[in-house]
Structures are given as C-alpha cells and as structure tokens.
Design a protein around this ligand. Sequence first.
Ligand SMILES: Cc1cc2nc3c(=O)[nH]c(=O)nc-3n(C[C@H](O)[C@H](O)[C@H](O)COP(=O)(O)OP(=O)(O)OC[C@H]3O[C@@H](n4cnc5c(N)ncnc54)[C@H](O)[C@@H]3O)c2cc1C
Length: 500
Amino acid sequence: MGGPKRIAIIGAGVAGLSAGIYAQLHGFRTTIYEKNGVAGGACMSWLQGNLPMEGSMRYLWGVRDGTPLYDCWNEVGALRETMFVNPDSFFTAEDSGETVALCQDLDTFLRHTEKISPEDAPLLERFCGLVRKAQAYELPVDKPADLRSPLEALRANTASGEVAKVLAKLYTVSLADFAQQFHHPALRCAFNQVLPAGSTLGQLALCYAAFTAGDVAVPIGGSHKMIQRMVDCYLENDGELQLQAPVQEILTANGAARGVRLQNGERLLTHWVVSACDPAYTCRVLLQDRYSMEKKLQLRFSEPEAFPTFSLVRLFFSAPADSLPLARVFSFATDLVISAAGEGCSRLIVTQLSDDPLFVQKGCAELIVDIPMPGKRSFRYWEKLSVSPRAYDEEVHRLAADAERALEKRFPDMKGKLQFLTCHTPMTYARRLNAFHGSCAAFLETAKARPAQLTGRLPGLSHLLLTGQWLGRSAGLHTALVQGKYTVQRICHEERILWD
Ligand SMILES: Cc1cc2nc3c(=O)[nH]c(=O)nc-3n(C[C@H](O)[C@H](O)[C@H](O)COP(=O)(O)OP(=O)(O)OC[C@H]3O[C@@H](n4cnc5c(N)ncnc54)[C@H](O)[C@@H]3O)c2cc1C
C-alpha cells in the first residue's frame, strides 16, 4: 500500500463525512462506505413529490460567526454562503389556558412568564440568571481531552472556568425535578416538555443559552442542503463515497484492523478503519464480538438508568401553510389519548417549517408530529409489531388518524386539509441506521450519570477508531461533527502528522 495512507470509514452520517473531510485535508486517502442510497444518516431528508421533507433537524448549533464551532462547520463546507432561519422561540407549550414560549429574547421570556405566574418570579429569575451565565460557554472543539498536554488541559479548564463549574452543578439537577418547583402548571409543562424526559437543567440552560445568544438556528434548506454541501466538500477534496455499500465485517489480524469486507464480498485493505456508526453494532456485528469497546463507553450501554436511550414516532403531514401554529416547535394537550407503545400520550409536539420558503409548495408545508418513545421498552414493542408488516402498518395508520383528529381539533383551519405522508418509528432508526434500540439520537446523560471522556479506542485492537454522536456528552449534529474531527486528530497523533 504505497502513497497516502488509506482509511475506510463506515457510515456517511455527519460524523463519517466530517472524519472523511478532515482526513482528506490531512493527506489521507479515504473511502466512505454507506449502507443507504443517500448520505446523511440520522440527518435525513427526501422529496415527497415536489415537497422537500425534513426528517430530523429542528435546530443547528454553531451558526454564530466567530465561534470555534462555526469554524468547524465551515471547514467541512456545511454552511457555505448559507442563510439561516431564526425562529422567535426555541420551544412553545400551551397548557391550562396559557402559552409559554422560550423566546429568543430572554427579557421578553422573563416578562411574559412572570406575568403568567407572579409567584414563580424568583425561580424564573434564577433560571434566566443561569442561562445568561451559560451564554459565555463555548463548546470545546480544538482537540479531544486525551490528546491535551497537562498545560493545555490546565488552559482549557481555566478558559471555561466559572461557567463550566456552574454547568457541572446543573448537570446533576434533573429537569423534571426543577420543573416541579414551579407553581403554575403551564410553566411546569413547558420545562418538562422542552427536552426529552430524563434531561438535566444543565442541558436546558446550555441549549437555551446558545439559542438566545444567536448560536442556534436553522440553515435554509435544512438537512438536505447541508448534507449536500458536506458531500460536495468531501468529493472536492478527492474523497471517495460509495453509497448502497453496507460493510459486513471489519477485517483484523494480529490485534490490528486491516480493512473492511462489504456485503457484496469486496474487500478493501487499509491502514485505518473508522467506524462512524453505532458502537454496539460495530462490536457485535462488524467485529463479531471479538473485541469490546472501552469500559467507560460499555458502561453507557449497560446503565440505562443513567444513560437512557429515547426515540420517537414521527408522523409527517402536509398542511396548508396558513393553518400552522405560529411557533416552529409547539406542544399542546390532547384529550384524544394516543396510545404509543402501549402507553397513553396526552400531548403532541409539532414542528412546522413554513419559515423556510424552500419547504413551502403550492401553499402547503411539512408538519411533523412527534410522539416521544422511551428507549428499550418501546423498541421491543415496535420490533414485535414489525414481525407482521400488516400489524405494523395498521398501528402507524391508527396513530396517524389519532394525530390528525387531535390536530384538527386544536387547529380547526386544518380540517379536511391534512395529508398524511409517512411515518418513522424506532424500527426506522434501527433498520436504516443500525441504531441501538432504535434510538433516534445517542444516550441522554441524566442527573445520575457520571461524565467521562471517551476516546473511541478498542482495547487490544489498534488502527480502529469509533466515532460519532455516541462518543459525545449529548447527541446532535454538532457532536457528530466534532467527534469526526477528534477521530482524525487521534489518527494524526499516532501517525505523527502535524495537525494545523
Ligand atoms: C428525528 C431526529 C431529530 C433530530 N433533531 C436534531 C436537531 O434538531 N439538531 C441536532 O443537532 N441533532 C438532531 N438529531 C440528532 C442528529 O441527527 C444525530 O445526532 C446525528 O445526525 C448523528 O450523526 P452520526 O454521524 O454520529 O450518526 P448517524 O447519522 O447515525 O450515521 C451513521 C451512519 O452509518 C451508516 N451505517 C450503519 N451501519 C452501516 C454499515 N454496516 N455499513 C455502512 N454504513 C452503515 C448509517 O446508514 C448512517 O448513515 C435528530 C435526530 C433524529 C433522528
């Protein structure tokens, strides 16, 4: 194998593309193998007739010019000359006759919520104080902790200083417990619904701080355009992308990864293998249980109390643009109990994309309805159901009909005009992405979790690195991006290639 060192990358999600681009930029020759017919992984999109469909991205983190994360997005070409949609609110919930909007302007949020519930003013002020503090926090993206010298580690700690300490404390507070302290049910509801069940006050403070600081928005054209720009950047840098090319096995010899074997039998020998898909799937299927992941990562898979997974049933509708809720993400109560994985669901979260003109066609826009699903239990439910395609289909259509009735009741202008398009369930994420327990994003770090720095290395096996959302503290496109970069930094470190 003469010339530049070769890397096989498994998976063309954001992490795989990020790793591919950074590796090409640092002199490696890479091939990304993607099992599906399109790149993007969980960051998925498609055309329904002429209507572009968004399958995942509500928000993108790292859009503020001048931040290190924004620079990373630009290094991989994701934001080239992009305009952004800046929604007025991060999340809006309606309950008990009141509407609580976590709006862009923190003072407006405080004024509005104090008016709804004067007796909650002290807690609301405390919350806004925490969000203001968190606005100063910058996600570290320069290099992974395991590559920092003691001096660099000291500098990084000093730089994040006081804010990091405040956030560390907030990560030990469950958001549900915090929400419970509000007197007004609408505030309790909004704080309970804004992030998946099990999240912490730290996660909310950080997300909302980034939103109010203008670092969270939505690129025009959503996932589709963003992934296309990343693919273009990868190809322009001479990367090779193979679609519909599932990897079946990671080849190993003498304690080192040596390449990959595809499902069609083709073998590629490489210096390095990067697995940018689910770590549990990588070890169990691609390595046939011959090697296991590092202990700290294993713990995440075996401690569902501390690190639960979560998923969704996501129903996609087309709706008249003028009938949609004003807020981008809106939660409302429904007395039409929608049974989901055998449990009742009394609220729906809808996302509408009409603020992006590319998502509006002939006066109609995509409307997404989310029914949250707890991790393993709901996965088993859908897995069992999917044994009979008919039963699975019936359940999907029943949920769609329930959701349609609930939408028409809450938004009478939609009556008779909603068109059900398609549905994603935990089985979609399991089959399409090989995602652990059909989760739509990696683990949630709950208040019970102890944070750990992960490296993506496998004990006893060299020249293989795991990368992607599962290695971060929380899931998300920004995590996948940064983990892809970190992985290439680790390879450069071992190959003694200067990182510039
Ligand atoms: C419904 C939904 C909404 C979301 N909303 C947001 C949001 O608003 N903002 C945000 O930041 N994040 C959001 N996320 C999370 C975000 O999309 C993910 O965290 C991120 O895309 C994960 O990227 P990844 O590259 O680590 O993994 P994935 O995207 O899972 O990539 C793994 C890739 O590996 C491929 N693969 C698997 N097995 C093989 C194999 N054997 N051979 C070849 N290829 C293989 C898969 O097909 C996939 O393309 C959302 C996710 C979902 C599902």
